[in-house]
Design a protein around this ligand. Sequence first.
Ligand code: PGA
Ligand code: ZN
Length: 424
Amino acid sequence: AIDTIDAREILDSRGNPTVEVEVLLEDGVVARAAVPSGASTGAFEAYELRDGDKGRYGGKGVEKAVAAVIDELGPAVEGIDAADQRIVDATLIATDGSENKSNLGANAILGVSLAVAKAAAASAELPLFRYLGGPNAHVLPVPMMNVINGGAHADSNVDIQEFMILPVGADSFREAIRAGVETYHALKGLMSKQGLSTGLGDEGGFAPNLSSNRAALDLLMEAIQSAGYTPGKDIVLALDVASTEFFADGAYTFESQKKSAAEMSAYYADLVANYPLVSIEDPLAEDDWEGWTTLTQEVGDKVQLVGDDLFVTNPERLAKGLQLGAANSILVKVNQIGTLTETLDAVALAQRNGYTAILSHRSGETEDTTIADLAVATDAGLIKTGAPARSERVAKYNQLLRIEEELGEAAVYPGLAAFPRFSA
Ligand code: PGA
Ligand code: ZN
C-alpha cells in the first residue's frame, strides 16, 4: 500500500519549473515521476497549475501544485494498494473535484498517478512496460523523429511545427535509431553547406529559416539519400502542422496567405502525392470538426491523420471524432488528460475503433522515460519523442533500446506495419 507521497519543484528542458513526485510504499519501494509541459497547448487540455507569481520564475513556479500533492492528493491516496491504479486515479480526480483538474492542477495529479504506477511495478519486481502491458507486450514503437522544428517551437519563419523522419525499413529498433541518427547528422551537414543555421528548436531538431514549408521536406529527402537510405522505403516522413497555432477568425494564415480548410486540405493532398508522407498531425484546427471530417474522407485512406489538439487525449473528444469520422489516429500525451487511467482508456478506445495511437512527449520534457514504457505496454507501435539529440529526448529512445534488449528474441519492430491502413 501507499505509505507517503512527497513532491518538489524541478526544472524541465526549457528551464521552466515542473512537478516531480516521489512515492514511498509500505514495503519500502520508492519511485518518482516528473511531469512534462507543452508550448502549443490545446484549449481543451487538462489544467496546468502555475503559481502566477511574477516575482518567481516569471509566474511559472509550481509551488502550489507541489503543495497540492503534499497536502491534498497524497493524504487522499495513502493506504490504497499501489496496484489499484484505477482506484488511485479515481480518488485523485475526486479530490480535485473539477471538470478539467483546475483545482489542484493536472500537473500535480499526473505526477502522483505516474509515480504510483512506477512504484507498483517496482514492488512487483517488473519493468514498467511489463507491469502495464502484461506478458504479451513485445512491440517496439517506430520512432517519429522531429528533425526540423518550426512553428511555436522555433524562432524561424517555418509555419509547420514538426518535420519528422520515420525509419520504417529497419528490422529492429536499434537499427531504426541508427538510421534516424545518421540522417540527422547528414541533414546538419547539408544545412551547413547551404549556409543555413544549425541551431536547435525545443525538441532538438534544427530550426532554420527556409523559403517554404516544402523546402523543409526537400531538405529531408536530400538528407535521407546522402545518409545512404532510400526515401519511401527505408525512411518515410511525417508532419505535425499544429495548425491551431495559426488559425484565427475562420482562416489559416499559412505562408503569409489566408487559407480556408479546403485550401489547406488541397495543399496536404498535393504533399501526400509528392512525398513519402505517411502521417499528418493537426492539419486543421482543434474546433474545425467539419474540415477534419471532409479531409479524412478525402485522404484518410492514404495518410494517417492525427488528432493532437483536436482530441487532447480525452476519451470524450475522441468519441466525438469517432462518431464524425474525424481523423484516424490520436496523439497521446499523459499531461493533456492528467491520469494514467484516462490515458490508457483513450488508447484502448482508439485501438478498438481502428484508430492508431501515438505515445508522445511534450516540447517541455524531463529525464522521465515513462512514455517509452507506455508505448510498448499499449502495443501502440508508434512514439513521438523528438530529435535523436538532447538528453530529455534521447532518454526515451535509450529506454526503448534497453527494453528491446530485455525482450531479446521476443522483440518485434513493426516498421510500416505500424500503419495498418497502408500495409494491410
Ligand atoms: P507541445 O508540442 O508539447 O508544445 O504541445 C507537441 C505537439 O504539438 O505535438
Ligand atoms: Zn502536435
